[in-house]
Design a protein around this ligand. Structure first.
Ligand code: KIV
Length: 274
């Protein structure tokens, strides 16, 4: 059996140190977790993107700790080799340290090995409280979807030099507080490279160009399970929605034409003994 991936094994994972880029993919239930794990990903992210790609909301603000715990438990039950990281949902780490630790604890008890939270210097106190409670933390900087209303939409961040410098300062502050990795979302490739060079923990990019220590994509985007407009950083490796609709339409047509089920797809009465 493969050895399960741990936080200490990832903490110093830098491409500049000769390591291969890390692979992280989201999953929200047992079948998606099994697929991601069997494909050999290093990390499974139970993202609050579940609100958008599974539950049909327009943003990530509509899920809470109980929702994320429910999805984390489904993923963790598959006992993946990959490290399970769960998003702390909006308002679950914004009030006080006790509340933050309690919420993260619920996610760990559901099966997460680490939690991810959005924000930089303003989150240092909460990161320290979590690390003090023995809960590993992944940071998330740049386009932070929980700030959608403050950003005025899902907009690329840190395009200007000043903002890119602030991004580096935020990353350094998070590392000082004890994060073991940082997601960089929706930032120019140059800014992501600066952050990656400035910190000794891995950066994992999404819409952040190639100069990160790993890449993450959302399961439903990567597999084409949804066909809404995708941002430019999404590469679809399959068109599973189209495949699925085709299969479902064939089923419907078979049922209507009496072609399903056949005799071999049916159970039959036992023959009386002779
Ligand atoms: O929730 C999520 O899927 C994420 C990724 C976009 C990194 O946070």
């Amino acid at each position: 059996m493969d050895v399960r991936i741990t936080v200490p094994a990832l903490r110093a994972h830098k491409v500049a140190g000769g390591r291969l880029p890390l692979v992280m993919v989201t999953a929200y239930d047992a079948p998606s977790a099994r697929m991601v794990d069997e494909a050999g990903a290093d990390l499974i992210l139970v993202g609050d993107s579940v609100a958008m790609v599974v539950l049909g909301y327009d943003d990530t603000l509509h899920v809470g700790v109980a929702d994320l715990a429910h999805h984390t438990a489904a993923v963790a039950r598959t006992l993946p080799r990959a490290l399970v990281v769960t998003d702390m949902p909006w308002l679950s780490y914004h009030r006080d340290r006790a509340d933050t630790v309690g919420n993260a604890g619920a996610l760990v008890r559901a099966g997460a090995a680490a939690v991810k939270l959005e924000g930089g210097r303003s989150r240092v106190g909460m990161v320290e409280a979590l690390v003090d409670a023995q809960i590993p933390v992944m940071g998330h900087l740049g386009l932070t979807p929980q700030s959608v209303h403050v950003m005025g939409g899902f907009k690329v961040q840190a395009r200007e030099e000043e903002a890119a410098k602030a991004l580096v300062d935020d990353a350094r502050a998070l590392v000082g507080a004890g994060v073991f990795a940082i997601v960089l979302e929706g930032v120019p490739a140059e800014a992501a490279a600066e952050v990656t060079n400035a910190v000794d923990v891995p950066t994992i990019g999404i819409g952040a160009g190639p100069h990160c220590d790993g890449q993450v994509l959302v399961f439903h985007d990567l597999l084409g399970l949804q066909d809404q407009l995708a941002p430019r950083f999404v590469r679809r490796y399959a068109e599973l929605k189209a495949e699925g609709v085709k299969a479902l339409a064939t089923f419907a047509s078979d049922v209507r034409m009496g072609a399903f089920p056949t005799s071999t797809e049916s159970y039959h009465r036992s023959r009386p003994p002779r």
